[in-house]
Every structure is written in structure tokens, then in C-alpha cells.
Design a protein around this ligand. Structure first.
Ligand code: TYC
Length: 113
């Protein structure tokens, strides 16, 4: 597998071909983490929320059920905590799955305190 003209490490991959300088100092502070929040509603099924927690957030069955019931009883709950890009991708995955099944499941991001 050869390198194409656009996959040199200095290419910033935005399609403009403009090269950006690499970061020269290591990041020494940990990245800010984001909480992915699930919100309760009256229409999304419990099984669907458990499926989302298992497949998107990689929770074992028992923990997925616990988090789902926590959201069901308290109104919101934390599905997982991740760096922004990961958290944002998971929110998009949850929204796509919910939309495909026409469930109103709400999933949002919150910076970790
Ligand atoms: N309240 C839903 C029901 O009883 C279950 C549910 C749990 C929905 C968690 C959303 O984020 C949620 N079917």
C-alpha cells in the first residue's frame, strides 16, 4: 500500500493541500473530558437504551441495565466520559440509531467538572 500525494504526514487532510506545521511541544496537561448524557423520555424502549449502551458505549449487560434504569428513574445519566472528539462521535452515533428507529432519545454533552 503506497502513500498517495495527499497522505504525507504534513498534509492536514482538509483537502486544500495546505501544509501545517506540526506541534513541537508535547501536551503535558490531560485533555478536558466530556460526559455523554442520556435523557429519559416516555417513548424510547428500555431494550433500545440498553442496546445503545452496549454497542456504542461498550458497557457490559449488567452495567448497561443499571445506567438505563438510573436514567429512567432520575431523568439523566452518564453513558461515558471521553475526550471531545470521541464523545462527539458517540453522540452522533446515538442520534443516528435513535432516528433510524424513530425514538426521541436525547443525548447531549457536558464538560466534566
Ligand atoms: N423511560 C423509558 C421507558 O420506560 C426508558 C428510557 C430509559 C428511555 C432511558 C430513555 O434515556 C432513556 N420505556
Amino acid at each position: 500500500m503506497g502513500r498517495s500525494a495527499s497522505d504525507h504526514p504534513s498534509d492536514n487532510q482538509d483537502g486544500t493541500g495546505i501544509k501545517t506545521a506540526p506541534r513541537t511541544r508535547l501536551r503535558l496537561t490531560p485533555p478536558v473530558l466530556w460526559k455523554v448524557i442520556l435523557h429519559n423520555d416516555d417513548y424510547t424502549t428500555r431494550d433500545f437504551v440498553v442496546m445503545v449502551l452496549r454497542n456504542v458505549f461498550r458497557k457490559p449487560e449488567a452495567e448497561a441495565v443499571r445506567i438505563m434504569m438510573d436514567v429512567h428513574r432520575r431523568g439523566t445519566g452518564v453513558a461515558g466520559v471521553y475526550p471531545f472528539d470521541v464523545a462527539d462521535t458517540k453522540v452522533a452515533q446515538v442520534r443516528a440509531l435513535a432516528e433510524a428507529r424513530e425514538f426521541p432519545l436525547l443525548c447531549t454533552l457536558e464538560p466534566e467538572a
